[in-house]
Design a protein around this ligand. Sequence first.
Ligand code: SF4
Ligand code: SF4
Ligand code: SF4
Length: 261
Amino acid sequence: MKQSRRNFLKFAGLSAAGLCLAPATAAMASGGGTSKEGHAVVNSNSLHAKRWAMVIDTRKLNTEEAIEALAETCHHIHNVPTIESDQNIKWMWTGSYGEVFPEQENNFPSEDQEKHKFPLLCNHCEFPSCVRVCPTKATFKRADGIVAMDYHRCIGCRYCMAACPYGSRSFNFMDPRTHLDMDKINTKFPTRMRGVVEKCNFCVERLAVGELPACAEKSGGSIVFGDLQDPDSNVRKALRENFTIRRKPTAGTEPGVYYII
Ligand code: SF4
Ligand code: SF4
Ligand code: SF4
């Protein structure tokens, strides 16, 4: 195989992992380094699961301020710009009960239900409609359940946005870099470009180096993250001990994010 093609394939592999950086930087972000030969080295601390999932305790996490603080952290580490218009980009945001669980609302909600806010993010669905419609495989589901993106493959067709029942995806109508303070960006995570779709990635780059998702880490126990397939995991314990619901069950996508109500 010619050298240039080998290099291209190596880079394509790293991009496909959802870590669309220059190869050396990507290897660092994925938790490894580079060997003398320039090959990516896997980080031995990286966290693994058969099926990553999240449980959010809305009895503890239910105010705009608390959720916004988590969203701010998420957006900062992922270089998500703040754009004050309907063209904003969001990886985590807030909604009222009726907006989040429209199928599970009744006519006479409790006072708590009416005043509480709920955190929203990509559900990393078991049967993700966004993956099914993506013509370029820019959106794909990993073996561990994370619905990841390769920004370089995204052609901006927005089929995935139309297909997602949860509004979890944002389109970069303009160059996001013009809305970022480039002196303060996280240089370990790629910035995106105009015409590309993006969304929460379950902090895949943090899992690769042995760290939990930033929102879970900062939530003070309100957000639990773990392996849905492991009966002894913290998420399974939370699901066993609490009543939980998921968003829009009739959409049939089987969300990987559960809410304790
Ligand atoms: S929430 Fe939407 S974007 Fe996320 S995996 Fe499910 S269908 Fe795809
Ligand atoms: S906008 Fe990008 S990620 Fe979405 S369907 Fe089109 S190519 Fe795939
Ligand atoms: S899991 Fe990570 S990417 Fe997703 S909302 Fe939480 S901090 Fe953001």
